[in-house]
Design a protein around this ligand. Sequence first.
Ligand code: DC
Length: 261
Amino acid sequence: MYVVYLVQTIYLSRVIVGNDGQEITHLGMQANKINIAIDGFSSCGKSTMAKDLAKELGYTYIDSGAMYRAFALYAIRNGWITDAEMDEEALRKHVSNIRITFKPNEQGGQETYLNGENVEDTIRTLEVANGASRVSTLGFVRKELVHQQQQMGKEKGVVMDGRDIGTVVFPNAELKLFITAPAEIRAQRRFDEMKAKGENPPAYEEILANVKERDQRDTTRAESPLRKADDALELDNTHVDIKGQLQWALNMFHRITAKNG
Ligand code: DC
């Protein structure tokens, strides 16, 4: 049996890679599989939930935020985003020219590649997160990335997390989850996570200010602002641990799939 992984390319069509590393160009409709959309604020634990859920169900996990981050990294490196401004013309010209792929790593997770370079760690910095939040306000960037994300979900069996998955990318997703927690809790978690990784985190206050700034931009931008889809199921995970939130998501999955037959 093939363990399949999805590799997304910005300018190539959809490609699937088997466990022998060979590219498979066609993947039949996944029997009885559904699409699962998980949206929520920055650093609310939705990626962890999405990854865990995909693993548990044998689905493909797609981190849509990593695509905005990879594009932002490319733009930062080329000097198209500075503290003061964004060169929109350059961004428009290059948005469909870069290649973003996801490939499995040895731990069973998945890593983001930009033009063949593994940028999984590089895109996790605050600078790139800010850049991603800024490029994601641009309609032409969203249009391109949303199109690619929709292609990835065509055959079902996808768990995708982001800000607009339940509202724009997969408005017909069979299961939509919306995750929240107060900014202070999310900033503390981010701080603790950086410390645990042996990184030298900025002051908690700085992280909190950054979280709030991104919340503000994500929820008030004109293009596809972050909002809960009317039919999404909501979880405030302030007092719920990683195991607990996975259990909640699995319960919601079983509830929906039992109802839909
Ligand atoms: O989830 P994340 O922190 O990796 O996302 C980085 C930024 O990308 C975030 O500030 C908002 C944006 N984003 C978006 O606008 N739409 C998505 N579907 C995913 C992320």
